[in-house]
Design a binder for this molecule. Sequence first.
Ligand SMILES: [Zn+2]
Length: 293
Amino acid sequence: MPRIVTRTVIFALVCAAALAIAMMLRPELRLAARAAWNDPRLLAAFADDARIRYESEARACAAETAALLPAAIAQIEAAHGRHFAQPPIVGVYASFENYANANAMDDPGIAAVTRAGAALLSPTLCGKERGRLEGVLTHELSHVHLSGWRPLGAPRPPQWFTEGLAVMASNGGGAEGVSEAEAAQAIHEGYRVVLDGRRWIDFAMLAFEREPPRHPKLDALTQRQRLAYRQAGMFVGWLRTRDEKAFMQLLRALEAGEAFEPSVEVAFGENPSQLWRRFVADLSQRGRRDARD
Ligand SMILES: [Zn+2]
């Protein structure tokens, strides 16, 4: 074998070995590689709609999703005040295992995930949790919309904001089972979600000022997540009602890749904590008014 070829082969082997070791040491690299391998864009397009990619066993679910998609897209474009940067991709899975491989979290228990600009839907949304399909699809499209505009490597807005935005824009998708009245009552009683920059995706990290009591029907993680999502959704909705122009200015800034905190200050003239305190005060004032009426 000529020396140059031998060197190339050795170099390729060393690279492959280094990659394999890196993946063993860094689980997130392994998950990302597996997700790329299972990217929904590699699945077949549904009928003439290239936006919907599906596993062949999920044909009926893909049809149901396709029927809901135009209204869900219109709703997100209206709520975000802008069209999608590119047509959103929605992956519809029949196999929980393939879905878990594709969602980069190795977790088949999550109803949906937005990854690399595509919304991935768990088979549960056409099964046990069919009632959530429309809301969760719309919720995920909010994430796809924002991430579609943001430049690569731009700082991520805090998760409380992106989840609150998605809950607000989808009229409660992702916060099912917790009404606004229940969330307001929880805020009134001090069970307030802590709005910080941490990743809520690890729900053990999700903090409340006071630990909410257990819901008899929901598991603890689902309960905490939905209460947090509902509170965040109400706060984001309150920001929008308070000043629609400022809210749209904030979204445009985030889409341009600006950092979250300064963008809030520029748009609203106050930081998120100050605005959250106003929101809580407003809510309790409204509660007192309702009690009087
Ligand atoms: Zn979400």
